[in-house]
Design a protein. Structure first.
Ligand code: TXA
Ligand code: MG
Length: 350
């Protein structure tokens, strides 16, 4: 398939938006920017179009898609919006929050992977919103990566994964947030955060005290059925295995230095991922590929740079990656959720 590729950088080009809308109307698939990560969209109400998303990504059929809307009026798509869910929508939409609700029949089974629920999100990115608005229909969109790879936060990474597999790819700068939306499930009580994101558990808890944090990670380990089906698959993973090191700062640094010595003896190409201060503590920094996520306390940068840096390790064919872990608070909880999965729970705590 020939992919129509266009990088509009920071310019809002109505002709490009019209072209995307035309393709979506015809049942095609388009990779487009959102504020979290790039998404791969199709008309959410058109099963045949949605099926093309699964094919292009190599996505398992039992993994439901998030439905993207351009307004808070979602009554055509969901049975009801509980009061507290409405409060969250009013506070955080448009933005990186997906709310799971009971779906109406108009949402096809293909989109919801046969669940009777649907995740709905109103993105904040101007291009995404214009496309949905002009189409006049909701857009189903997972992250625009090949299944299992880190989500793309740039045009170039979308092209790398999807060129030749989709109808159109639109570039519009780097994703602002860098990790996917927070997902909260309001179809059960207590409402549960199924995937942490930029909108944190702590922020949500202020508006709805009943909300709990459902750690899909541990559900995965316990072999329980995860609530968000996508959580059971290997995820965000670069090709090299990752070792995630947790603990107090000086202990972590000591352990990471020990691991580096060990793998240098085995002549491995070593990647190290962490904050700038970790870089300063590395004894053999010249013999490894160190990628910095940002200052230790710059949580937004750390989230924004995470996926791109994981992909850079692939570009350089690393054989082992050693990553610094963070305390699971605020946005670091979301970063750790991704890192633990990328590491397939290969964790050393010191
Ligand atoms: O920020 C985001 O959410 C991005 C951008 C493109 O909007 N999208 C995204 O979609 O991350 P995806 O498909 O890569 O991840 C969606 C996750 C999957 O783990 C899926 O299983 C879960 O959401 N999910 C979707 N619908 C669900 C539902 N009805 N019930 C439970 N989990 C659901
Ligand atoms: Mg994804």
């Amino acid at each position: 398939m020939k992919t129509f590729k266009i990088n509009i950088k920071n310019e809002i080009d109505e002709k490009v938006i019209d072209k995307a809308v035309e393709i979506l109307k015809d049942g095609g698939v388009v990779a487009f920017p959102t504020e979290t990560v790039y998404g791969l969209g199709a008309d959410a109400l058109n099963e045949r179009a949605v099926d093309k998303i699964f094919k292009a990504k190599g996505r398992p059929q039992d993994n439901p898609l998030i439905v993207h809307v351009s307004s808070k009026n979602i009554k055509d798509y969901v049975e009801e919006v509980p009061d507290k869910a409405r409060v969250l929508m009013d506070k955080f939409w448009p933005g990186p929050l997906t709310i799971i609700l009971s779906k109406k029949d108009i949402i096809p089974n293909k989109t919801s992977a046969n669940l009777n629920t649907v995740g709905v999100r109103m993105p904040d990115n101007i291009i995404a919103r214009k496309i949905i608005e002009k189409l006049g229909r909701p857009v189903a969109a997972p992250s625009a990566n090949i299944s299992g790879r880190p989500s793309p936060t740039t045009y170039e990474r979308c092209v790398e994964d999807l060129d030749g597999k989709v109808d159109m790819i639109i570039g519009y700068g780097e994703s602002d947030v860098g990790i996917e939306s927070t997902i909260i499930d309001y179809t059960d009580f207590p409402p549960a955060i199924l995937r942490p994101g930029k909108i944190t558990f702590e922020e949500i808890k202020i508006l709805d005290d009943n909300v709990v944090f459902s750690n899909e990670g541990s559900q995965y380990i316990d072999n329980k059925k995860p609530k968000a089906p996508g959580m059971k698959y290997r995820h965000y993973a670069p090709k090299a295995p990752i070792i995630l090191v947790l603990g107090e700062k000086s202990h972590k640094e000591k352990k990471i230095n020990e691991l580096i010595s060990l793998y240098l003896k085995e002549n491995k190409k070593i990647g190290v991922l962490g904050s700038t201060s970790l870089g300063r503590a590395l004894k053999e920094i010249k013999k490894v590929t160190f990628l910095s996520l940002g200052e230790y306390n710059s949580e937004y940068n750390i989230a924004r740079n995470l996926f791109e840096n994981l992909r850079k390790f692939d570009d350089e064919n690393m054989e082992i990656i050693i990553a610094e872990g963070y305390k699971e608070k605020g946005i670091y909880a979301a970063v750790m959720n991704r890192l633990k999965k990328a590491a397939s729970y290969n964790i050393i705590e010191v």
